[in-house]
Ligand binder design. Sequence first.
Ligand code: PRP
Ligand code: URA
Length: 209
Amino acid sequence: MSKVYELKHPLIQHKLSILRSRKTGVKEFRELISEISGLMCYEATRNLPVEEVMVQTPVAQAKCYKLAGKKLAIIPILRAGLGMVDAMLDLIPSAKVGHIGLYRDPETHMPVEYYCKLPEDIGKRQVFVVDPMLATGGSAIAAIDFLKQHGCKQIIMMNVIGCPEGVKAVQDAHPDVDIYVAAIDEKLNEHAYIVPGLGDAGDRIFGTK
Ligand code: PRP
Ligand code: URA
């Protein structure tokens, strides 16, 4: 079974308290999603392999460690996942970026695919799938299915807000995929929205409602 890491860091919790508020406007919401994503990226990359290198400082030789040639890719689930990409790239600037476009059918809540473009060598990369919301888990599962069809073997899921239903669904469908989530909320409501959640992440990032 995969591991689920709920990141109860004080900085993340503080930022989440502002992010969730209905009073928070689009500019601040976007900035907070980005800041939280950067902090989450720090945690989600914790187990990347490193290799020893010797570096000549102005004083002496220093034994240092650099990322061990691991190729990385960031895969946002459109639209809302786009809000997490820049902060990830600030920290891992050589990562490639692929896009998976999915929206939830408002009636069935099932994901509908409308766009996919992945780096050619995606199957050789450690992939980070990013999406602020993990609700029913349908979108995450569909995105991971798609990546596995393209040969991906090492996949990490990153969500800002999740819920027990979505976490369980992803774990059941993809027991090899670890999940990093800033907060696991109480439940889904009858419209498959996360309670208390933060509303519609895509609309709040892009100001569409
Ligand atoms: C939201 C969110 C996830 C999905 C989560 O996207 O960003 O992709 O819903 O729900 P699920 O776990 O039940 O699949 P939405 O479909 O609203 O599209 P958007 O990002 O374009 O707003
Ligand atoms: N998508 C969102 O943006 N918010 C939710 O609460 C559920 C799905």
